[in-house]
Design a protein around this ligand. Sequence first.
Ligand SMILES: *[C@@H]1O[C@H](CO)[C@@H](O)[C@H](O)[C@H]1NC(C)=O
Length: 410
Amino acid sequence: MNFLFKFIFYIIFLINSTLCFVPNGLFHNSVIINDRLLIIGGTRSTSSYELFYLDLSKSFDNTNLPWNSLEGDLPVYGTFSSTAIVSLDNSTIFLIEGETRNSKTEIFGFSNKVYTYDYLNSKWTTASITGDSIPARYHMTGVIDDSGIIYMFGGENAESYNDMNTLDTSSMTWKNLSIINNLPPLSGSYSASILPNGIIVYFGGRRDYNTLENMKDIKLFDTKKNEWSYMDATGDDVDSRYRFSSVLTPDGYIIIFGGSKTNGGINVSPRLAILDTNKSPYEWSIPSSSKVNSPPSIYGHTANLYNNYMIITFGQDEDNNVYNSIIYLYDITNNTWVTRFDPAPAPSSSPSSPSSSSSSSTSSPKFLKPLLIGLGTGIGAVVLICIAIFIFRKKVESPVLRIAGSAEMR
Ligand SMILES: *[C@@H]1O[C@H](CO)[C@@H](O)[C@H](O)[C@H]1NC(C)=O
């Protein structure tokens, strides 16, 4: 009897931790390494998932996502509104901490710690960094140049910043560039993309809680000269916004999505717009096809580009006032929203290509399947229990969700 109880408990536990893994989130980070979309940190209704990934070598529907967990617990609990940058060789993720939440006290704070994740060995380390001391901040976005220098501009804390700092990832040294000429206004929650010519394009975001930037005011930082310059973009009007996402396509288009206008989260229009950096000055346009089947208004999501897809992950769904647990797929080749992801039919990469570190966690569903079949009629009941646990969890967690959601309002 005791054994049976333990057995059932174990099965429920297994199912709950695999089939019921439906993460959601806000203010997380996402990066792509090889064929995995990795999600790091964030504010979510179940805060225990610090690192997990989506396998982009397989097809999936955007509402039925095969998430996998990755080994390696972050040295901290609950980091969000931070920035994560991948090293040039895809071996390391640099996570520059933003806001934090203490697991015991639930108290929010912020930190300027840098964590490194050794991707091949699944290990987080708190980096020891020399050089200038850089005050803690959040809502900043770092970019890495082709020599392995991370540029981190502005961000927010009790107030906003407009300083430019660099982290040399080979020597792990912070440097405040102490630029005086042409300094941009205080800036947080902006978009940052580095072009192949070493110019970083910044726009959007806010100066303070009440002042959003005009989306046509483009700030350019030349990483070769360490100089700021400015440009007035032309083209379609795009609502000012912050907490939005952006990706840079290989042919020089910056695609933005979502965001909010005020702290209350008022819908932005258009939801999607494209900045052409090949034109001089840069030009905004709104593809009419992007309005068809558009996702709802969301903010605090992330976007990554993989082959022809812009992958939008999670965020706060303003239309339905929930944490988003699905992803949205935008096909950049014909400017349409799609629901199915298919890996590129790559003729060059043969099936024998090294599948790198196939993590051990993928073996548990394989082990689970025959076990479930063996359970026969029992499976229905178990799945029901699983759903019940899931619903129960959601109910229990809703206060946490509210606390987390209010972090931004401080
Ligand atoms: C790193 O991963 C990205 C994303 O898949 C890929 O485009 C790039 O070629 C990879 N770089 C290296 C050096 O493996």
